[in-house]
Design a protein around this ligand. Sequence first.
Ligand code: RB5
Length: 144
Amino acid sequence: MIVLGCDHAGYPLKVEIAKYLTEKGVNFIDVGCDGESCDYPIIAKKLCNKITDGTCSTGLLFCGTGVGMSICANKIKGIRACVCSDYFSAKLTRMHNDANVLCLGARVIGTGTAIELVDIFLNTEFEKGGRHQRRVDLISTLED
Ligand code: RB5
């Protein structure tokens, strides 16, 4: 299951991505907001809780730049969030970092690019084992 969340600045892009996922038959839940002005750290926490409690495996966060959401999400144990605006990073952050949250900036990228980034993020597997696993395990040690 995927979870979506945004602040007011990210809302228009979240709506577009929600529409796209619905058309593709991809199930998701939405932790808000619904377009009203709000504080992105609150939404980031709500979304990450859905991942750390096991309800969802992957999150998509939207704000103006994607940066605020990624800063907040990466403070939560068990979350590996990446703000991306290019295809290569969105792919490699799954393959090498086992990222579980993709952050997108609605004031940075357009809907077409966002759809491509979401697609590649959701459809790329982590390269299990070996050096990447060792490095992801080391990331976990930084949380303590
Ligand atoms: C809200 O105006 C804006 O600061 C927020 O969406 C985000 O871009 C923060 O990183």
